[in-house]
Design a protein around this ligand. Structure first.
Ligand SMILES: Nc1nc2c(ncn2[C@@H]2O[C@H](COP(=O)(O)OP(=O)(O)OP(=O)(O)O)[C@@H](O)[C@H]2O)c(=O)[nH]1
Ligand SMILES: [Mg+2]
Length: 523
């Protein structure tokens, strides 16, 4: 049986929201019928969902980049863009979703359990939705925001119901081969198995999976040998079977000693408690149901050894099976005992509701009470103020910076949220750099709306927002000054000309034509 992929890094991105539309209704005899630009559609989510048909993460190993559908753009005549298609990724039961640095995001247990791996972006509002009493015909629309983009790790602890544990060469792989159709590699040198093999066993009407965990040795729980890496596959197994070698050649080994070593390792192995539900239902490995299989009883010495240790094992409370992977002796009984435990465990799972980790906490910690925070930084010895918060960042994403009206709308929103006030309080001065969001973001030269800006904002109708004008248009005083300067320059030029004419440099007609380049501006 092919080895199974049990850990994969998946790059998921939600669909982008569609842009809102700017459009004006046009009808016969009614050329300006008001804004009718529709909203952009939301982007689709990427959802992980447990389904019974999927047993491995192999698909994601082959194609680790997954993207949900983008939302469609809004259109004229109030038509909304289509919603982006949700992308459902099927994952096996027991898939654990983690961040790259190991934080558990979700533990998908139960058929149909879901987790939103990447949310789609928001569709932008069209100009119809943006119109209001004050802003009757917005000449802008909001852009759709990009979907979440994340790298997540999917881990499949084990899809085996039962794990076979034991020393190297105890015969675990041989037992799987004998009890199922699996054909693992079997050899008489230790650590033959490098990746757990899975076999499907049918006992009566119960079908279950068995994994052979590569040989455990003393110190496995601390990372010795290969066992440590694989003990985590055992974490989800309903039960364990100790496979004890009754015909081991090493004289310093015996089944009871082997069992003690393995038990000690199981006890030391800390099951990842982050997988526990609210009721803390992760059972330590050494408290799970365990059976003992005394293997290799086909060998005469093995039979003697098995009979010798059986009473002691039973005294310790184990159900003991004398088996031989070679002659298949005792395998039927062992199989039925396993099946009974599996059936019991399944009944418990079925009655339990689907369980997923608590909803993901997105990094919203930067959002103070007001929905944003301001951080003072320094860049090239100049102060820089960083505005952090989900809303401001989204608003910037929604802004078409080529459209002055849209920029003004952004300024309105930021001011309303109190960003301007807080910038003042943080010590920002006009002209300081302000960045919204992490990274390079969008950098503004801060042009505060002045003292009392709030009133100005409220009073000025959109479309004649003085703050935008300030960016592009000089003030009246500046204009006057400018005008005066030009007037003076012209006067000087005329005086010079006059002097030159008197000196006889130009003929009358020519100098007139060429000496009034700015006269058109004169008023
Ligand atoms: N006589 C006899 N030999 C067996 C029996 N089961 C396994 N063996 C032999 O023991 C050796 C090791 O068997 P494996 O099944 O590879 O052992 P393992 O426990 O999977 O070993 P690792 O993968 O190294 O942990 C092989 O040479 C097998 O043929 C048995 O019931 N009787
Ligand atoms: Mg093996």
């Amino acid at each position: 049986m092919a080895s199974f992929v049990d850990r994969v890094v998946l790059h998921v991105s939600g669909g982008a929201g569609g842009h809102g539309c700017v459009s004006v209704k046009r009808e016969k005899f009614k050329p300006l019928g008001g804004p009718d630009g529709g909203n952009g559609g939301d982007g689709g989510d990427v959802i992980l969902r447990v389904d019974g048909q999927t047993t491995t993460l192999l698909d994601y190993h082959h194609a680790p980049h997954r993207h949900a559908g983008n939302g469609g753009p809004g259109m004229g005549d109030w038509r909304a863009g289509k919603t982006g298609e949700t992308l459902v990724l099927s994952v096996p039961e027991g898939t654990v979703v983690k961040t790259k640095d190991g934080k558990v995001l979700a533990d998908l247990v139960g058929m149909g359990a879901e987790y939103i791996a990447a949310a789609g972006g928001q569709g932008g509002l069209g100009n119809a939705s943006l119109s209001s009493q004050k802003r009757k015909a917005p000449g802008f629309a909001l852009l759709g925001t990009p979907g979440d983009e994340r790298d997540i790790v999917l881990e499949l602890k084990s899809i085996a119901d039962i794990a076979l544990v034991g020393f190297p060469s105890a015969g675990k792989s041989s037992l799987i081969a004998a009890m199922s159709a699996a054909r693992p590699k079997i050899a008489d040198y230790p650590f033959t198995t490098l990746i757990p093999n899975l076999g499907v066993v049918q006992a009566g009407d119960v079908r279950f999976t068995v994994a052979d965990v590569p040989g455990l040795i003393e110190g496995a729980s601390e990372g010795k040998g290969l066992g440590h890496h694989f003990l985590r596959h055992v974490e989800r197994c309903a039960a364990l079977v100790h496979v004890l070698d009754c015909a081991a050649l090493e004289t310093d080994r015996d089944p009871l000693g082997d069992l003690d070593v393995i038990e000690a390792e199981l006890e030391k192995y800390e099951v990842d408690m982050s997988y526990a539900g609210a009721d803390g239902d992760v059972v330590p490995l050494n408290q799970r149901p365990r059976l003992v299989a005394l293997n290799k009883v086909d060998v005469p010495d093995g039979r003697d050894m098995a009979e010798f240790v059986r009473p002691e094992l039973e005294k310790r409370g184990y159900r003991v099976f004398e088996v031989s992977a070679a002659s298949h002796e005792g395998l039927r009984e062992l199989g039925f005992a396993m099946a009974a435990i599996v059936a019991e465990a399944r009944k418990a799972v079925e009655t339990a509701p689907p369980r997923v980790a608590p909803p993901v906490v997105r990094p919203r910690s930067v959002n103070a009470k007001g929905g944003f925070t301001i951080r003072r930084e320094e860049r090239n010895l100049e102060p820089l103020f960083r505005v952090l918060g989900e809303k401001p960042v989204r608003w910037v994403q929604q802004t078409d910076f080529t459209n002055d009206e849209a920029v003004g709308y952004l300024a309105d929103r930021l001011a309303k949220l109190g960003v301007e006030d807080q910038l003042f309080k943080a010590g920002a001065k006009p002209g300081d750099a302000v960045v919204i969001g992490e990274g390079d973001g969008v950098v503004f030269d801060w042009e505060p709306t002045m003292i009392g800006g709030a009133e100005l904002l409220a009073a000025s109708p959109r479309g004649s927002d003085i703050r935008i004008e300030e960016f592009s248009r000089p003030t009246r005083n500046e204009k006057r000054e400018d005008h005066q300067k030009r007037k003076d320059a012209r006067a000087a030029a005329r005086a010079e000309l006059e002097a030159e004419r008197k000196a006889g440099i130009w003929t009358e007609s020519v100098n007139y034509k060429h000496s009034r380049p700015t006269s058109g501006d004169d008023d």
